[in-house]
Design a protein. Sequence first.
Length: 149
Amino acid sequence: MRTRQTVALTLAMAFATGLIMQPGLRAGAAQEAGTIAGTAKREARKPFPEYSVRVRNVQQGVIAATVQLDPSGDFTLAGVDPANYLVELLNAKGKVVCTEGPFDLSKQPSKTGVNIECGKPAAWWLLAAAGAAGITAGVVANDPASPAR
């Protein structure tokens, strides 16, 4: 009986810490790194290299990669992990000019032809998703049916 409890506890700890299987991985096979490429010619002003583009992981909110626009106003962000990303255009001062996306690289590892246009409210989508996650966490944490601590 003691061995069974030890094995169960070890497995539970391994799952909780992510040692057995990381999100996005399947047994024995890793997903390839992704690429997001496109242009920001309509939204950035010349000289284009004063602007940069970064990708933000939608689920975690972290920035995965950043690159300056080339002299033609184009960009390529290669080697990003398979995840769902928003593409953000930044001015020379590092302020977000506008966003595009989201793009799910876990379903399609390469997204090319991204055209950054400020008329699309992708930032509102990210804000709404973050708010919904916060509300859900608050409801779960305050559920009267939850075990007492």
